[in-house]
Design a protein. Sequence first.
Length: 386
Amino acid sequence: MFEEHLKKLDDQHLLRRLQTIASATGPTVMLNGREIILLSSNNYLGLATHPTVVKAAIDATRRYGAGSGAARLVCGTLTPHESLEATLARFKGTEAALAFAAGYLTNISAIPALIGKDGLIFADRLCHASLIDGCRLSGATFRVYHHRDMNHLEQLLARRRTARRTLIVTDGLFSMDGDIAPMKDMAQLAEQYGAALYVDDAHGTGILGRTGRGTLEHCGVESRVPYHMGTLSKAIGSAGGYLVGSASFIAYLVNTCRAFIYTTAPPPASAAAATAAIQVLEQEPERRARLWRNRDRLAQGLTRLGFRLAASESPILPVIVGDPDQAMNLAQALLTHGVYAPAIRPPTVPPATSRIRFTITADHTNEHIDGALAALERAGRSLNVM
Ligand SMILES: *Cc1c(COP(=O)(O)O)cnc(C)c1O
């Protein structure tokens, strides 16, 4: 049964395999004994390997141990988790914050805590899988609207029975396309139709907005969106998810989120690393500036070479190839030429939009970017995809 399933995936060029990396996921990595330029990590600001962040993780491990012992309601909240939440709330300008072991767990437990089977959810068609799973788990009636299409969302809002509790669900910065949700219009529709708004800012946090607070800051709607989620696993360079909002909202989550109540607290090291990373990103705004300069250099290079770039507004730069086998071939050719950026295929992205999703970080040098573009030119030429 397993073999049959795998063979079917392989025949459709949809089989996924793991690659072993024998180094940190920096601007380059060691893969099969070769140094390769990495263009696919979400470690946008390079904070996963920042000395201050690494030291914070080591110090916390020495002092608090490798594991947390139990769920926080069972054996207490360790100081590093409390400091992380205080830091998150200060950074985001909210009363309170709650940290989870993963962004995935945050979404699959917060959405069911916020809406039940009598409710109605409208979600962007390109929402992250963890949001979709959270929506399904809630048992609410679940409808998708066309990607970033506010007319479609408004039609759905206008057509429903108004008494029904309604949650609008979206990524802030879309993970596979790199474009940004129209948050001003969404906040307006939520207010006008009395719906709640659940924003996942996994990718916006740390990189968007004047001070890196994320998509809501970028769109100027922080005061109109009372709560939102994000992750500590991307620009923050550690692991975990979080929600920020009012003190009563956070206390409600502590009492209702099953993936908070029934799972062991994340290791002290990841909480301490995330706290240090937020401080570094506030103290070193030049990292964000370098990220955007690198993003423009890579985007301009890809366009100059004639690749079909998605309408990205961020350091996520997807080159749309179409068929999964073509995307696989391009990824393989890139690897041969010294660049690691895997093919993203259905079901992660819609059919016929298989792509190479390039991401760039603040730590890439001009030499890395130009070297990657030269590899792309050779790989693209050999396959006729540009
Ligand atoms: C990565 C991601 C998540 C999951 O976060 P993890 O911390 O990796 O579990 C959730 N939502 C979006 C939009 C993501 O890109």
